[in-house]
Ligand binder design. Structure first.
Ligand SMILES: C[S@@+](CC[C@H](N)C(=O)[O-])C[C@H]1O[C@@H](n2cnc3c(N)ncnc32)[C@H](O)[C@@H]1O
Length: 183
């Protein structure tokens, strides 16, 4: 069991417009704890510059060094990291919203997932297979409305096998963390 990372700076002051860790964050942390031996080195991206700055602060507070890249999904990592990524983790904006709410670079980008909550994650899914190394893993947070079964079926056509690693009811959300690897 790892202690919960310090995050009291998130969602306040200069980091007001940054997603405050919530049930989805904690479910993801529980899922990753199961696989901690596979996760040694991180790089991260975010479309919200304040979220990237906040991640640096979070890392510092918890004795970790990271260099976030401000970019749309994995754009800033390609093609350099093609077939190189051992661990890819995405807690996406998964909430079902009007499509017009998708595409913000501010706090709305934390939740606005558009139709079926899939509009952002569906842009990443086709890129996962070409990013992962032969022994790489992809972790994705979903809610029921995203249709996780369909996501697992559709990634099969990119030779990615998937499983539900952990699920939890959190208020109205039925959250799951899916895990994928190359077959
Ligand atoms: C649900 S929050 C998760 C925040 C944090 N990783 C966590 O688990 O608590 C979703 C995050 O994805 C970022 N995001 C949304 N759309 C993005 C995109 N197209 N490219 C990169 N990051 C994006 C948001 O800015 C937000 O920080």
């Amino acid at each position: 069991m790892f202690s919960t990372p310090l995050s009291s700076h998130v969602g306040h002051g200069e980091f007001t417009d940054v997603y405050d860790p919530a049930e989805d964050t904690f479910l993801l942390m529980d899922a990753l704890e199961k696989d901690v031996n596979e996760i040694k080195k991180l790089s991260c991206t975010d479309i919200n510059p304040l979220a990237a700055a906040c991640s640096v602060e979070s890392a510092k507070s918890n004795g970790v060094n990271i260099q976030p890249i401000i970019t749309d999904l994995v754009t800033g990592l390609l093609p350099r990291l093609q077939n190189q990524v051992d661990v890819l983790i995405f807690n996406p904006p998964y909430v079902v919203t009007p499509s017009e709410e998708v595409g913000s670079h501010g706090i709305e980008a934390s939740w606005a997932g558009g139709e079926r909550g899939r509009e952002v994650m569906d842009r990443l899914l086709p890129q996962v297979s070409s990013l992962l190394s032969s022994h790489g893993f992809f972790y994705l947070v979903t809610i029921q409305e995203n249709n996780p079964e369909e996501i697992m079926q559709s990634l099969k056509s990119s030779s990615l096998q998937g499983t539900v690693l952990i699920s939890r009811q959190a208020g109205r959300e039925h959250l799951s963390v899916l895990k994928f690897w190359k077959t």
